[in-house]
Design a protein around this ligand. Structure first.
Ligand code: HEC
Ligand code: HEC
Ligand code: HEC
Length: 144
């Protein structure tokens, strides 16, 4: 019995480690060229927020997941697998909007895809974080 419990604990810990490695603590988003620079997303924090009493789930951002969280063995694909600069990519018969449309060295502001996921939805709805930070200000996400 003791042996079985130990073995099960081993499997559980291994799964836990794999999970921590899979879902990063922080991600740096630096996919679009321009003077606004990279954006650091506190990933783990975002995945444990409650928004209006509702838990923020993986699927809220990783919208191609089948369920709220990745199922065992289901891959979390990076956004740029489907969303690319300038020319929309067709994935499984659906058109994935561009990450951004470039106008020379600059991205057209209205075309920035991450603004749809981050700024124009959750951040605009919640407006102010529990620590008083203004979530809609450009500088909250852009440090330059
Ligand atoms: C909720 C977070 C968030 C807010 C608020 C936000 N942005 Fe962004 N923005 C991003 C992310 C993420 C990217 C993608 C960064 C990348 O891939 O390099 C981005 C990219 C951009 C880009 C294209 C990349 C570049 O370096 O030029 C521009 C321009 C931009 N944002 C302008 C703005 C302006 C202006 C505001 C305020 C009106 C704003 N953003 C507010 C998250 C945000
Ligand atoms: C607030 C939005 C958001 C939430 C919620 C979120 N993620 Fe992410 N996650 C991102 C973004 C943005 C990236 C960077 C995407 C990229 O590299 O294309 C990312 C990256 C990842 C990556 C790395 C992908 C790669 O190979 O580059 C994994 C794995 C991941 N997330 C898993 C999860 C899991 C599991 C959950 C739920 C527990 C979760 N995410 C919740 C936005 C989110
Ligand atoms: C496997 C391919 C794939 C991946 C990975 C993916 N997307 Fe998408 N995305 C699409 C497709 C296709 C659409 C078009 C919607 C549809 O027709 O269902 C879309 C639509 C969107 C939209 C809606 C755009 C609009 O104008 O309404 C946003 C925002 C978005 N994706 C953001 C993201 C972000 C952020 C990530 C990474 C965290 C991501 N996507 C990962 C394929 C993907």
């Amino acid at each position: 019995m003791k042996k079985i419990v130990t073995a099960m604990l081993g499997v559980f810990l291994a799964a836990g480690v794999a999970y921590a490695k899979d879902a990063p603590k922080e991600v740096t988003i630096d996919l679009i060229k321009g003077d606004k620079g990279a954006v650091t997303l506190p990933h783990e924090k975002h995945a444990t927020f409650k928004h209006g009493g509702k838990e923020v789930v993986c699927k809220d951002c990783h919208h191609t997941l089948k369920g709220a969280k990745p199922a065992a063995g289901e891959e979390v694909a990076p956004c740029q697998n489907c969303h690319v600069i300038d020319t929309p990519k067709t994935v499984d018969g659906k058109v994935a909007p561009v990450l951004a449309k470039m106008n020379g060295p600059k991205a057209e502001l209205k075309s920035v895809l991450f603004h749809t996921t981050c700024k124009d939805s959750c951040h605009k709805e919640v407006k102010t974080a529990s620590d008083g930070v203004n979530l809609t200000s450009c500088n909250t996400c852009h440090k330059k």
